[in-house]
Design a binder for this molecule. Sequence first.
Ligand SMILES: Nc1ncnc2c1ncn2[C@@H]1O[C@H](COP(=O)(O)OP(=O)(O)O)[C@@H](O)[C@H]1O
Ligand SMILES: [Mg+2]
Length: 266
Amino acid sequence: MKLPRAWRTGLREVPGSPGGERQHAGAVSESRPLLEVNMLTAGYGGPTIIADVCLTARTGHLTAIVGPNGAGKSTLIKAIAGIVKPTSGTVRLNGEDVTGSPPQNLARRGMSYIPQVANVFPSLTVQENLEMGGYVLRGGIREKIEELYETFPDLRDARRRQARTLSGGQRSMLAIGRGLMSNPAILLLDEPTAGLAPRFLETVWEQIATIRTLGVAVIVVEQNTRRTLAYADWAYVLVAGKNQLEGAGTDLLEDDEVEKLYIGKV
Ligand SMILES: Nc1ncnc2c1ncn2[C@@H]1O[C@H](COP(=O)(O)OP(=O)(O)O)[C@@H](O)[C@H]1O
Ligand SMILES: [Mg+2]
């Protein structure tokens, strides 16, 4: 008997589609969900941009949101981070309903959001940028910066340089480092490798993968689907503002349909 594709691969189809499964099928469900997004709907006052989106992110896991340009990936991440107000649905952080909470409030509760652009201060040095990132800490900024320098030595080497003089890879790492300065429980990264020269991609991804081991839940939005899926513990494919498919990154990567529709052969 031929099994439905979602069963064979362990992928989860969207609710309502043939062979749909409501439960995570995967090997990565053992750590606790830190973020639970349920039926989230949001827009910018005009048409609905994301509709009924569901997503779970776990501590120690890299959760990816991939999909074509204009799919609503940035809108989804902004709705989670409190920058766009959802019109319906819920966002739960550590079991607590935080739907519609303002960004500062979410930051205090351990959420750190790094936008795609304007994510560092170009005229400040690396160290000054990191200090700014630690503004929600009550103390211990020096220690936190030291800790980051231990994990990401490139930042220590560049600590006195103005951010605008950094390479693309260093600048991405600085933006991520700033996000880590607040000791987040969850880090949301919107296209952290967009526009990077190919030679920097692997390094930045390696470092993003390292963040998982710091006990942080990491959510990454990317269009660079193949590499993203290769690193993701769990990934969601978002198309036209809706959940299309989800699964373990490597399962999605090996799926013919995903390849044909969203990745291409390159
Ligand atoms: N600030 C905004 N105001 C109105 N519409 C927006 C705004 N930002 C994005 N959109 C629209 O929302 C849709 C999804 O955009 P976005 O979330 O940026 O997609 P993605 O990040 O997947 O490329 C697009 O049609 C875009 O034009
Ligand atoms: Mg975007």
